[in-house]
Design a binder for this molecule. Sequence first.
Ligand code: ADP
Ligand code: ADP
Ligand code: MG
Length: 511
Amino acid sequence: MGKAMEHKPIRKVLIANRGEIAIRIMRTCREMGIRTVAVFSEADRTAMHVRYADEAYHIGPAPSSESYLNIDKIIGTAKKSGADAIHPGYGFLSENATFSRRCREEGITFIGPSPESIEMMGDKISARKRMIAAGVPVVPGTTDRVTDEAEAIRQIKEIGLPVMIKASAGGGGRGMRLVHKESEIASLLRSARSEAKTAFGDDAVYIEKYVDSPHHVEFQILSDKHGNTVHLFERECSVQRRHQKVVEETPSPLLNPEVRSRMGECAAAAANACNYSGAGTIEFIMDDQRNFYFLEMNTRLQVEHPITERVVGVDLVKEQIHIAEGKPLPFKQEDLKQNGHSIECRIIAEDTDNNFMPNPGTITHITEPFGFGVRCDSYVYEGYTIPIHYDSLISKLIVWGRTREEAIERMRRALSEYKITGVKTTIRFLERIMESEDFRSGKYNTHFIEKNSAFLHADGICEKQIEDIAMIATFAEYYTRFEESKITNSTPSVKKETNWKRQIRKFTSRI
Ligand code: ADP
Ligand code: ADP
Ligand code: MG
């Protein structure tokens, strides 16, 4: 393959996605002078990504199977609009090998890896085999699919309880079961397989040892088409509910320089083992002693990519586009450094007091946080109705601080400014996370939410509510004194808000 053929400048990108990620991608395109094409379903006529794009095309009814997952329709729209490339974002078609292959066949640049790499890593069983061959440590367990119950019991006894039964095609925490007792094996095997069948159309499962006190630590990598791979350090993603991430931070409080560099090398080796090109993430599970094992590779841009962008100072979407154009990476491993600390909170429309039930609806009022070190990747606006058909992520709030402590305080400040009414959100729950001792100490693992459930769900008054009440009290007092001063002809004097806060704290701690 000649170099000239590989170099293919991108002038117009179709973004095969919606929500915050579609806008985030378009922003970078605009900076690069690349025109953008939005696609939208019936439910998204009024969506922000449609307004932001240079052009927008209707691609079908609300259900994603008939719109955002409709390969023919999306390819057809790319051709009609003259887009020379497609960015799939995350979710939807981003890890779909058939789609990547179709793009190649149609002469459209897919901003992501080759179908061969997606196939190799998309299936967790084949990814495990490939990693073992590449010398990357994997969680002890089976390397082949398990269907037979007796065979499962035999294998589990060999591995030793507790274990995880996992769908080979799994994603988004689905098709996964934790097994503690031998008596549960049969029923959990059945339910994991049926969930996998429904979610992914494939009921292949395998068995992995359950790692004690597990920490989820993942590495961002970038590989170009010239054989260069770099890692952009780690993200700590152990704040999870139902195996889904809620808060992410980088650097990880758990790593030290030695383990970090070993993991980085493994991550790069993992990417090279599947001939990767583009941005990708190698997920590891790690125990308290910092033993780490490969979990899976996500062959796409990750939801939590902005914390890496902030700390390493690299626009990952821009690099994805350059790689897709065939350009070599503009930096080497030794050029990349971690600077300061970044945290991301996922603002989701859900009822945290009701088993995290999605809570879509109309946003009646919204005030977003700004200020130094604050980034808010959002797509909603006042009066916007969040559709019921898709993911209930509203936005991602990302902060940066020179130190972890500063980042936490900045996140608390930003969350306290963030006001959304009309739908229930995770904002208050996230504030409690930032206030919790376990999070602040940095000594937490994936059991964090379960372990701190009472604290996180407490009806107890939070700092933001104390501030609100103190403000009202101060105003009421000022008003009373002002009226009094008119009678006595004196200057009104009022207690400061901080005094009120102290008093309210004292009062509420007694009830
Ligand atoms: P991340 O680490 O980026 O959060 P996830 O595995 O949680 O990775 O998935 C990212 C996004 O993709 C989420 O919005 C999730 O709902 C969606 N997603 C993940 N797997 C699937 C799937 N198999 N089908 C549809 N959407 C998925
Ligand atoms: P998905 O494709 O759904 O993202 P993963 O394999 O990445 O599945 O696992 C999701 C989460 O489940 C991890 O972040 C971790 O919290 C937990 N988990 C997965 N495998 C193990 C394991 N072997 N031991 C302990 N926890 C695990
Ligand atoms: Mg995962």
